[in-house]
Design a binder for this molecule. Structure first.
Ligand code: APR
Ligand code: ZN
Length: 233
């Protein structure tokens, strides 16, 4: 793979599954009988902020007891050692990529450990117990909410991602069902610009047909093997 220099990696809930974090659409993907699409919307936050906060409070609490797995660690190694461009784009709101040591990465769907002011747009660290309507330290509005990109909201850093996709020689998708746009369309963008495409997922995803190559299995096995091969190439 000597001709590959620029890589974009997209990760989804499947990469954190082996750490013990539940995925969205697999078994147990419902939360208190709600589909995530019904809980994680600006309308739901306006209608029932307690419910939406509780959803994320529980997911934040679950983070405390988990660790990055072999797939996160392998990507962190790629991040440290890959001589070309690399961008890891995660749809995950956990912090397992960072905890494994990745730095060339961004959270397109926000972060559990961050708070967003719905009034001025400032972001701050999530601290302890933050009920709906906490005061923003920047503008004073009682408007702090989870810094999560809800359905119907624009993901973060789309300009950076689009630029990286346009330059990519290789696009790799790991542990995502390909059900949620715009991330589900990244494979098409990368292909359009001439990138090779590789998917690593436990089950066939909605986007599998777009990928030149699909590998089936647990990320904790597939990703370390792929990273070793890339770093030897
Ligand atoms: N290794 C690899 N893939 C796995 C593993 C594993 N150990 N376990 C599960 N998977 C795969 C499943 O086969 C599934 O295709 O991970 C995928 C997870 O899909 P989703 O639960 O739909 O998660 P994701 O694609 O990240 O969801 C996208 O939806 O609710 C929103 O904003 C949320 O970012 C999220 C977005
Ligand atoms: Zn503010």
């Amino acid at each position: 793979m000597a001709d590959i220099r620029n890589i974009v990696v997209l990760t989804g809930a499947g990469i954190s599954a082996e750490s013990g974090i539940a995925t969205f659409r697999g078994p147990g993907g419902l939360w208190e009988g709600h589909r995530v699409e019904d809980v994680c919307t600006p309308q739901a936050l306006a209608r029932d902020p307690e419910l939406v906060h509780r959803f994320y409070d529980l997911r934040r609490a679950a983070l405390a007891g988990v660790e990055p797995n072999a797939a996160h660690r392998a990507l962190a190694k790629l991040d440290a050692e890959w001589p070309g461009e690399l961008l890891i784009v995660t749809q995950n709101v956990d912090d397992l990529h960072e905890r494994a040591g990745a730095t060339r990465m961004l959270h397109m769907h926000g972060e559990l450990l961050s708070a967003l002011c719905a009034d001025c747009g400032e972001r701050a660290a999530w601290s302890g117990d933050m009920p709906p309507g906490e005061i923003c330290a920047t503008c004073g509005a009682p408007a702090l909410r989870p810094d999560i990109v809800f359905f119907g909201e624009m993901p973060y850093d789309m300009d950076v991602i689009e630029r990286a996709l346009a330059r990519a020689d290789l696009f790799v998708s790991i542990g995502t069902s390909g059900a949620v746009y715009p991330a589900a369309g990244f494979v098409q963008t990368a292909k359009y610009h001439g990138a090779r495409t590789l998917e690593m997922n436990l089950d066939p995803s909605e986007g599998s047909g777009w990928f030149a190559e699909s590998r089936r299995g647990p990320a904790g096995e597939l990703v370390p093997a792929w990273v070793e091969a890339m770093l030897k190439s």
